[in-house]
Design a protein around this ligand. Structure first.
Ligand SMILES: [Zn+2]
Length: 333
């Protein structure tokens, strides 16, 4: 299964090659052109046929959050920093995997109650007895990610590591496959380094100069006891982004998305969040400004090894995007 394979691939921010190679292989027969830029963004072009066609950039990030080795102690314990935002309590006592397959357990240098959210208190234990032994497997700068097996849960829900944003990558792959002759020129972009500051999408938007940018990502759920306030619900359909702290989406693009969902009976929900962000923010501010929208899948327990999403929501996102690229957009002069 494509989504399962995508989640299990290793692709911490800045080290996305394995994910990129996998995606390249899935999409090679469906693209008019494929290009990898200097940062590692994978840009897949599909030529539009419309007389009033626009350039649409659809972006999903390949990277997942992870950690990078800063120091190896004399006793063989490995100190790390985070790449992207990791909650310390979620990381503590989890298994992590380095790129060469070495597995370690995360523990802390102080009583766990006193760790707070201080990542520098954590260390990784690979079972080595000394620095010398640890160095046989691990060196400074090596990276590790969570381990999180792909499992099907009840009611078409799934769990895995890296659902943020391999779901988005999967949605783009499937939308591309369904898009034989789109009305608009489409650039399906699999971006790098979103989790460390939306870096890949900046340069790809500058290169493509799209008329419309759509970030395809996950968005946090609000349907369980948590510290976030909002209406996002797992299983309630594809989430059309209205705003997050880093972007306010284009009203016209949103209204066309809602229209598209209603015409084709696609289940949708409106997504407003007050924490977090996506590639939408950087696409929006690239070039001389880009009209921006966002399509997300609602995710429970994001940035953890065991997030939960719903397959029906994912299918709804694919359905919406594969139809949206066929709209003849009329912008106000
Ligand atoms: Zn994301």
């Amino acid at each position: 299964m494509v989504l399962k394979e995508l989640t299990q691939a290793f692709g911490v921010s800045g080290y996305e090659k394995e994910v990129r190679d996998l995606i390249k292989n899935y999409i090679k027969d469906y693209a008019d052109d494929i290009f990898v830029d200097a940062m590692g963004n994978l840009i897949v072009y599909k030529k539009g046929t419309g007389s009033n066609k626009k350039k649409i950039m659809l972006a999903a990030h390949m990277d997942e959050i992870g950690m990078q080795v800063t120091k190896i102690e004399d006793n063989g314990m490995i100190k790390v920093k985070s790449l992207g935002f990791l909650w310390t309590p979620i990381t503590y006592m989890n298994r992590v995997k380095f790129r060469n397959g070495t597995i370690g357990i995360v523990s802390s240098t102080v009583m766990f109650e006193n760790v707070k959210n201080d990542f520098t208190k954590l260390y990784v234990d690979i079972g080595a007895k000394s620095k010398e032994e640890a160095l046989k497997y691990i060196k400074i700068g090596d990276i590790a990610s969570y381990i999180g097996e792909f499992v099907e849960l009840k009611n078409h829900n799934i769990t895995a590591k890296a659902l943020d944003d391999r779901i988005g990558c999967y949605v783009l792959i499937e939308a591309l496959k369904k898009t034989e002759k789109p009305y608009n020129d489409c650039y399906f972009v699999f971006t790098v380094q979103e989790e460390v500051g939306c870096r890949g999408s900046i340069v790809s938007a500058e290169r493509i100069k799209p008329d419309i940018g759509i970030a395809v990502d996950i968005t946090p759920a609000h349907d369980y006891p948590c510290d976030l306030e909002g209406s996002n619900t797992v299983g309630a359909g594809t989430a059309i982004k209205i705003s997050d702290p880093s972007v306010i989406c284009d009203e016209y693009l949103i209204s066309e998305m809602i229209k598209c969902c209603e015409e084709h009976n696609i289940k949708y929900q409106l997504d407003v969040i007050d924490k977090g962000g996506t590639d939408a923010s950087s696409i929006n501010r690239a070039y001389y400004g880009v009209k921006t929208a966002g399509v997300s899948t609602v995710l429970r327990y994001p940035h953890s090894p065991n997030a939960i999403a719903n397959m029906n929501d994912i299918e709804a996102s694919i359905d919406l995007l594969s139809r949206y690229v066929d709209i003849s957009f009329k912008f106000e002069e």
